[in-house]
Ligand binder design. Sequence first.
Ligand SMILES: Nc1nc2c(c(=O)[nH]1)N[C@H]1C(S)=C(S)[C@@H](COP(=O)(O)OP(=O)(O)OC[C@H]3O[C@@H](n4cnc5c(=O)[nH]c(N)nc54)[C@H](O)[C@@H]3O)O[C@H]1N2
Ligand SMILES: Nc1nc2c(c(=O)[nH]1)N[C@H]1C(S)=C(S)[C@@H](COP(=O)(O)OP(=O)(O)OC[C@H]3O[C@@H](n4cnc5c(=O)[nH]c(N)nc54)[C@H](O)[C@@H]3O)O[C@H]1N2
Ligand SMILES: [Mo]
Length: 775
Amino acid sequence: MPTRDAISDPWGARTPYGQGEQWPARVDASLADGVTAESVDRWVRSASLLHSNGDALDIAVKDGRIAGVRGREDDRVNRGRLDPKDLYAWQANDAADRLTRPLVRDGDRLVESDWDTAMGRIVEHSKELLAQRGPGSIGFYTTGQLFLEEYYTLTAIARGGIGTNHLDGNTRLCTATAAEALKESFGCDGQPGSYTDVDHADVLALYGHNVAETQGVLWQRMLDRAAGADPPAILCVDPRRTPVARAATLHLAPLPGTNLALLNGLLHEILEHDWVDHDYVREHTVGFAELAERVRQYPPERVARICGVPERDLREAAALLGGAERLLSTVLQGFYQSHQASAAAVQVNNVHLVRGMLGRPGAGVLQMNGQPTAQNTRECGANGDLTGFRNWANDAHVRDLARLWNVPEERIPHYGPPTHLMQLLRYAEQGSIRLLWISGTNPAVSLPELSRVREILRQRRLFVVVQDIFRTETAEFADVVLPAATWGEKTGTFTNADRTVHLSERAVDPPGDAVADLGIFLDYARRMDFRDNDGEPFPPWHDAESAYAAWQRASKGRPCDYSALGYDKLRELGGIQWPCDDEHPDGTERLYADGRFFAAPDYCEDYGKDLVTGAPLERSDYAALNPHGKAMIKAAEYLPAHETPDAEFPFFLITGRTLVHFHTRTKTGRTPELRDAEPEVWVEISRADAAAHGITDGTPTVLTSPRGRIRARARVSGIRDGVLFVPFHYGYWDDADGEHDRAANELTITDWDPASKQPLFKTGAAALRPEEGAP
Ligand SMILES: Nc1nc2c(c(=O)[nH]1)N[C@H]1C(S)=C(S)[C@@H](COP(=O)(O)OP(=O)(O)OC[C@H]3O[C@@H](n4cnc5c(=O)[nH]c(N)nc54)[C@H](O)[C@@H]3O)O[C@H]1N2
Ligand SMILES: Nc1nc2c(c(=O)[nH]1)N[C@H]1C(S)=C(S)[C@@H](COP(=O)(O)OP(=O)(O)OC[C@H]3O[C@@H](n4cnc5c(=O)[nH]c(N)nc54)[C@H](O)[C@@H]3O)O[C@H]1N2
Ligand SMILES: [Mo]
């Protein structure tokens, strides 16, 4: 039994606290029926893997099985609290249909097999492709849900073993824009702010971030501040009336895809009223003049028209931001998956730069992560970056990595930027990629334009490997399916959205023959017989702790420095924020506290891009713009989205999440409390639009877009007129009729942000009508 019914009471009782005080502890727990805290055999240290918040918890073990979880009272992130998914979804580990044996394709069926056969097929294919078509014929598509040690290993294999440029994560769908925005403004990935900024802020600004439903414990912290002395003002920017919007001091509901115009308008007001910290701007930034010139073109009257937001609200929002003494901003998918994503997210950084709101308590930016370990995908380079936030366009960085790995420099591909996922898919579609290894992600539900994704995965010439814990929609297209051990069954580390690293230890045995992702990758490396310059097996590590030690060396001297952050310290102290080196043995609460950035031309992770076109800058451009490694203020003009409503598709369509479900529901759909709380897909529609279409709550409707069609019941809500919202959680594994008519991504568009290459799940057009014969 959980300490509260978190379905009816998602955030629990308030523990109010005042500005600058410590957030009080409250311990939440949930144990299997019949198990008590006293009857548990062991508690094993871990953290939640169901969002990017990193809620620290202990796993209860009873008779060799997971029997519940309990929040860690002393952890900096959650002070004991857990959210609804944390409290219930551990049960999915024990689901009856976990994958327990490798599967291999036999004609149009997948049949149970063994590791030798399954790995044998993958290795045979890999070797053949390497011999005949070269490393570029092999691609890897991974996730933001494995552990750091696993990404580092996969990266070493792909880039240092095979030498392919085609390695990306589903972090491309998730936080590519967070990384891009941080690189554009600060020269490098790495979250400037800290969750403790919530304790100090006088204004919280949430941009396209439904934190109440997606990081419930962080929201509890905000609610506790709101209930205490000197509560912060809350600004919410979201076209829907989310729980955040309902609690906000001010809610702006812009039309989808107009975030950049909105931010340009807010900056216009901030500059117009001279709410600017000129000393900070002069000492620590470049680019202010260009911003001033750009935002001059965005007076409130114009912006109000573009965004469909009252001019008065705009001015009021700007005054909130301009008057803040301690401003904390968070940004997430309402910006990252929308039109002009990077350009818009960068303007939030600009608000902080022009106002000097960085690096002190309460003054911070969180370009949020979504997935629990997305930060590690990026740090390790399993997305489109080089390991340790090295710069692929800087030969010295590539050389440094080659030296570290002891592999030939020319093996690490750096002839161009690492392939981003949407391009990787295109290569698979065209036939240059012939082996696609998918780990820890379910693209047959989560990628845009699913009919196209199915066509790509279905091709006979494409050999598909799926490494998962369940037989997903994607697994149905696989040639080989590998059963992975997961959270609770393996040891490793991961880093949350405010750079807090946790160690998660193995509590129970994996089911059947399932093997941890790390073990699978290392097994592949050994069977492929990758070697370093001295003829030794590569990668040289053999388990989680040795992989981690190798990573500590790889990160040393880079911004994400883990060199003084060993497993022993994580065991002793719990969550610790990187960088953690000899100089900062207890970790680092805030980046850029001294107004110095990771942005020097020889050190930075990226030379930046043109925010509007995505064209990469050269080193010489960068060095001319920012010779002294300051923060960069970059401006951009607003352009309308490619697909906007018209006569045939009159609505904006946005998609996203709900409180109780996680992504494609492989875990939450197998957790009774969560599954039953929201068993079916729905579409949110405004009262006025519903009335105009003869729709009421619960009416079955049909939604169409230029890509496809789904069926969903209407939910009349506080969403703004002209906009529809569909949760993207509902795929087909538990759908009886087997028709492709319920995943939101049947409707979404193949299009992406030019700078971050993140797909636009929140900008597109659709039509809606009541289903034939609906009452
Ligand atoms: N319950 C739950 N929690 C999760 C997850 C989950 O699946 N379920 N997933 C985790 C992951 S991986 C992620 S990435 C995060 C995502 O967390 P969030 O970003 O908070 O979640 P979303 O629902 O995708 O989008 C946030 C909001 O963006 C708004 N929005 C849509 N279009 C626009 C626009 O054009 N402008 C603005 N300003 N807002 C817009 C939507 O109305 C929505 O409320 O959540 C993490 N936490
Ligand atoms: N329309 C629309 N589409 C979206 C979004 C949206 O807002 N709207 N959001 C996007 C975002 S932000 C994200 S993050 C993606 C998420 O999309 P996906 O990554 O496809 O979603 P998940 O269901 O989390 O898939 C993770 C898979 O990994 C498996 N898994 C879990 N644990 C382990 C493990 O330890 N090892 C291995 N090997 N496998 C494991 C799970 O069973 C599951 O199949 O969706 C994106 N797609
Ligand atoms: Mo995500």
